[in-house]
Structures are given as C-alpha cells and as structure tokens.
Design a protein around this ligand. Structure first.
Ligand code: C5P
Length: 242
C-alpha cells in the first residue's frame, strides 16, 4: 500500500479522477496537487491508452492508485487480473458485483493485504427499465442492497456507490468495509453531467470513506486550491461526526 503518512486523514480520503486521454496531461495536473490528495483514480480511458505505466508514474509521485477497471469475467480470469493489479502495487481495484459470488470470492482471495477490492453494485447510469431489459428483477435500490450484502459475504474490502445509496449500503455491509463515492460536487461547483450529486460534507456525514472527484478539481483555475477546499470540508465533516 502506498505510504501516505505525510497526508492528513482528510486528504487521504480524496481521490482525484484522472480522466485524461494522455498521461502527460495527467502528470502535469498531479504535479500541481502534491500533498493535497491521497489517491488518484486511473480509469479505463487512461489505462487503455498507456496501461501499467499510468499506475507506475502515479505511484512514483507518491499518490495511491485507485484502479477503476470494473472487472467482470469468469472467476479464474478475474483472479488473474487482481493478481496482476496487486503486483503493480495498486491500493484499490474495482470489480463488478454482477459477476457473482464465485467471481467475487476469487477476486478477494487474490487481493492480499495491500489491495482493497471494491465491488461496483449497479451502475448509476442504469434505471429500472434498463435492469428489466437484462432480466434483473427488483428496483435499482433493491439490487444495490442485495449486491452490497453479497460483496460483504464474499470478503470484498468495500463497495463503490452513489452518494444517495450510502445509507442503504452502509446498513448492508456494516462498519468495517470501505465505501467509495463518486458524484461529489462542492456547493458552488458546476454539476456537469452529474444529476444526483452530494457535497463532500454530506457524503462523509452519510458514511462514505473516500470521495472520487474529477472536474471540480481538474477544471478549476487553481486545482490545488479547489482540492484544499474539499479537504477542508471533509475535515470539518469528520470533526462533526466524532
Ligand atoms: O468529474 P467528476 O467529478 O464528475 O468525475 C467523477 C468520476 O467518477 C469519473 O471518473 C466518473 O467516471 C466516476 N463515476 C461517476 N459516477 C458513477 C460512477 C463513477 O461519476 N456512478
């Protein structure tokens, strides 16, 4: 696991979504954020563009890595991918809970102590009709709850969910697993394409452990100042919870 001792508890909980097509652009942004954030999300776009090098370069700058590949395949294949990601020193890695019990157990068994495998429950882009179309019965909320419970039973380290689902998911998985939430917008920020966003404060108070934030930081005039303001909000919410 990446050594983040120099960060505050609040800044360790902030994950920057590095949604860029080229590593150089991303690294230039990271150079402006040293000390302000704990982890960096490397997603499909960047990983497809430059692969493990993205993870290595982010780690070399002292940031933890949240590798968001949403793995969904047969258990043996996913186990192998988790092993490879663990070998890269990834701190967090996502898989799809829709891959089922055996796949999740296989992923958990390969995670080791340093890599937290997180289950994505239901993509927030899917509504009730989308679930019906693929023969999944139950409302999105019911499916989220059932899958979060199954993720816990399979030994995953945490769950990724939208801010609106934090309460349900926390009740389903208990206190020891991590909850990671995207869809975060500081009160004054542009919503962009996020429709059901929450502020950093509300997400932390609801029970989230880590917040994934992209454009409110990367598109800000001063990314460092924007990250600092979010960290301060996280800090205040943590103090309010104590
Ligand atoms: O720029 P923004 O803060 O909206 O970025 C949020 C990040 O979280 C993006 O990388 C996006 O893919 C991811 N995400 C999301 N909503 C979800 C799941 C993931 O915004 N439901």
């Amino acid at each position: 696991m990446t050594d983040m001792k120099s960060r505050t508890d609040a800044s360790r909980r902030l994950i920057l979504a590095l949604d860029v097509p080229h590593l150089d652009i991303g690294l230039a942004l990271l150079d402006r954020l040293e000390g302000h954030i704990g982890l960096v999300k490397v997603g499909l776009e960047l990983f497809a563009a430059c692969g493990p090098r993205a993870v290595q370069e982010v780690k070399a700058r002292g940031f933890g890595v949240f590798l968001d590949l949403k793995l969904h395949d047969i258990p043996n294949t996913v186990a192998g991918a988790v092993r490879s990601a663990r070998g890269l020193g990834v701190d967090m890695l996502t898989i799809h809970t829709g891959g089922g019990r055996e796949m999740m157990q296989a992923a958990a068994s390969e995670a080791g102590a340093q890599t937290c495998v997180l289950g994505v429950t239901v993509l927030t882009s899917l509504g009730p009709q989308d679930l019906q179309d693929v023969c999944i019965t139950g409302t999105p909320a019911e499916v989220v709850e059932a899958r979060a419970r199954l993720a816990a039973a399979c030994g995953l380290g945490g769950v990724v969910c939208s801010p609106k689902e934090i309460g349900t998911v926390r009740a389903a998985i208990g206190g020891s697993m991590k909850i990671v939430t995207p869809g975060i917008r500081p009160a004054q920020a542009e919503m962009g394409d996020q429709k059901r966003a929450a502020t950093p404060k509300d997400a932390i108070l609801a029970g989230s452990d880590y917040l994934v934030v992209g454009r409110p930081i990367s598109s800000a005039q001063s990314p460092a100042e924007a990250a600092c303001a979010i960290v301060a909000e996280i800090e205040a919410a943590l103090a309010e919870k104590r």
